[in-house]
Design a protein around this ligand. Sequence first.
Ligand SMILES: Cc1ncc(COP(=O)(O)O)c(C=O)c1O
Length: 393
Amino acid sequence: MTSYDLQGVRSQLPILNEWTYMNTGTVGIMPDPVFEQLTDIMRHYEQGGHTAQADAVAGAESAKEALAGLLNVASAEIALNRNATDGINLVAATFPLKPGDEVITSTEEHPAMILPLLAACERGGATLRFAEFTPDAEQLRANISQVLTDKTRLIAISHVSCETGTRLPAAALREIVGPEVAILIDASQSVGQFPVSIPELEADFVIGNGHKWLAGPKGSGFAWVSPSSEHLVPPAYVASDSFDPSWTRAYYQTDPAPALKFADGASRYEFGTRMWHLHAGLAASIEYQANLGWDAIFAQVADTSATVKHELAALPGVTVHTPASWEQSSGLVTFSIEGHTGVDLAGTLWNDYRIAQRRVESPSAVRVSCAYFTDDEDISKLAGAVRNIASGI
Ligand SMILES: Cc1ncc(COP(=O)(O)O)c(C=O)c1O
C-alpha cells in the first residue's frame, strides 16, 4: 500500500491509458499538473521579454535549491545544465590527463560515459581501463584493484548500472581508490529512486539528469562539483558568472589584461541565456514528488521492483539479471527469456503488448523500470506477457 493516492497519480499521466509504461530508465513521464506549470512558466518567460528575466533566473535557482535539498549539499555547489552527458563532459573536457595517466570506468557504463572518457584519454594520451561492475563492496575492491595503478587519476562510474539495474556500493569507492584519485559518479539512474546523500559518497563530481526518475523536462540536468575539486575542472566554456569579479568593461577590457580568477561555486560552469524555464520545470517536478513524499516514492520503487523480480524469476525459462536484494539494486529490472534475444523480446513486448521497456545489449535482455506510478496491474500485464512469450504462445 502506498501512502499517496497511486490511482490519482496515474490519472495525471495520460499515456498510462494507452500503454504499460516501464521505461522511466530511458525517459520519465511528466504528470499533468507539472506539465501545466511548465507551460505557464514557459509562456511567462518566452512572452514576457526581458521583464520576465528575473523570474526566469529565480525559477532556475529554485531547481538548485530543490536538488540541493534532495542531495544534501549546498545549492551553490550545483551547476544546472542540459543532461547527464553534459555533466560528464564538464569533467572529461578539462580534467588534467597527461601521457601515461590512466582512467578507470566500469563494464556497464552508458556510451554517454565511455565516449567522453575515451575522448579525454585520447586528447591527454591517457588509457581507459574497465573494472567489472558489482554490487558487492569486497568484490568491487578486487575488481578495481586489478586495474588501479599509481597512474590512475580518475574513476568515473555509475551509481546504478543502466544495463542491469545493479547498485554500486558507491560509498566504498573512496577507501578503495585512496585520496589521490578523483571520483566521478553518474547518478542518472539513482537520484529519485532511493536516497542519495552526496557527502556520503566522498566523490569529487556527481552528475545526473532531470528527465528520468525526477520526471522533469528533457534538457534539464545537473552537475555537483566538490568545492575542493573545482580547480581540477576549469570550465571549458566561460562567461560573466565564471569569474570574480563579474564582468565590467572597465575591469576586463584593459591592456595589459587582468589576471583571470574563477568565481567560487558551480555557477562558474553556467553561461549565456539558457533554458531557465526547463530548470524551473524541474523544480516544479521535484516539488510534486516531494509532496507525494520521497520516502513513499522510494518504498514504491523498492516494492514494485521486488514484485517484478519475484514474479519473473518464478517463470520457466526466465532469468532475472538484477540482484534480488533492494540494497544491491534499484527500480530497474533486467531479465531474459531462453531462446530470445533482447532485441526480439523488446520488439514483442512493445508490438504485441504495448509494454514500453528497453532492450539491453549485454546481457542480451530487456530492462523494465518500476517508478512511483507503477502499480500491480502493470506488473501482472508484464508477467502475463513474459509467461506467454516464454511458453511460446
Ligand atoms: C547511466 C546513464 N548515464 C548517462 C545517460 C545519458 O543521459 P542524458 O540523456 O541525460 O545525457 C543515461 C541515459 O540513459 C544513463 O542511463
